[in-house]
Design a protein around this ligand. Sequence first.
Ligand code: XMP
Length: 513
Amino acid sequence: MEKEMVIVLDFGGQYNQLIARRVRECNVYCEVKPYTMSLDEIKAANPKGIIFTGGPNSVYLEESPHYDKAIFELGIPILGICYGSQLMAYELGGEVATAPVSEYGQTDVTADNEGSLLFEGVSQKSICWMSHTDYISKLPEGFRRTAWSDVCPNAAMECAERRLYATQFHPEVMHTREGMKMLSNFVYKVCGCKGDWQMASFVETTIRQLREKIGGGKVLCALSGGVDSSVAAVLLSKAVGKQLTCVFVDHGLLRKNEGDEVEAVFGPNGSYDLNFIRVNAQERFYSKLAGVEEPEAKRKIIGAEFIRVFEEEAKKIGAVDFLVQGTIYPDVIESGLGKSAVIKSHHNVGGLPDCVDFKEIVEPLRMLFKDEVRKAGLELGIPEYLVYRQPFPGPGLGIRIIGEVTAEKVRIVQDADYIYREEIAKAGVQGLGQYFAALTNMRSVGVMGDFRTYDYAIALRAVMTSDFMTAEAAPIPWEVLSKVTNRIVNEVKGVNRVLYDCTGKPPATIEFE
Ligand code: XMP
């Protein structure tokens, strides 16, 4: 069966992967390719459609990225977005100029959509998201205008006979209200896709590609039990089985039972074919952390010790051919677009490449967004509680204990956090981005039974956030908070007070460190 796919040709726009993701949401396989991909390579890939992305340049400047005009003669449908639309106009004999007024943000757009496949079912007046300083001032021959705004005379154009379409606005961003409809029209009505791609196909293709790439090579993966490294490890295990060794460092700063849960899934009695090494390094970490109070110092110690432990294990294994990283697309953006071999900057993975003797890094999740990684995880049969895990920082509970970390304090925060998570789940509280218990370094007087106590206060935190850059404290129902409080003071020895953190980010951070 011929594989259906759409190529997103990247001209440097910010939303290139988002476009690809939207197309995949239409159940059509889609990959982002650099605009340096040759015409022959495009022909060989035989895509059902091509989408030109936006980009920061002006098409009329020589140094801006252009593409061989012959691409418009291939008979493959093309949708140009923003810079991509200007490029199409310019190359086909239209004109592009600096707009008298730049347009940024949500803009009222009117569609002359009569008979346009791209705008089929789209309202005549719609809100679209613009971000441009240039615009198409004159359409190329054979094109008709299909939308305009107050500032932009040609907000969309098309030449239906040649199946060439263009929008100045960005249909891929969610602020373009009917953008998904337009993209779906493009892939189904213009390109004639059937839409039979699903995450299962991604999983299948990736496993096949990994098998081809790795051959008989040895592979090493640092498994944290988080969703990204778990999904990456399972993909590798399905591809090359026992050629993969996963090293799981239990630094004694994980959530309650977490180490055993990871072992139950990935260890010798678990569900996957791989070599699993659990390093129980709890005591090592606790002794390094003894007497250290400053949060940044704790982070550095935990990070450095993690690398030392991993290095020792890696030495035992010897040289490997590949090192697996669970890098996902947002990590790639954070670390700078388009750079090769970008490594997660967070402490517990960042230093690994230097301490392992390997030839190449493999990053099977590099083009996926978090929710796509979760879908792939479910597809691979990874248990839901692992797939839907909250974010958890590499330094773990080490930074959720204010002041010095001790084994006793770890036990307190683990138990309190476990109760909190259990009660939130029982009450079915929705919409939380992250929630956990932290141990303050404050002790105060209380009375329990007939005895005076002088014990610690636990802080409960819960935030609502979509990007983890900003967050609001969540209004957890009082009954839930009071139940959690009762249980914590009754069940967790060493705690006599529970506080709720009402602070947003900024000014606080999400973590309580
Ligand atoms: P903050 O506390 O800076 O955290 O608002 C934002 C998000 O990042 C997570 N976080 C980390 N994740 N390694 C990680 O993998 C770390 O060192 C780390 N520190 C914070 C935090 O849990 C929140 O989701």
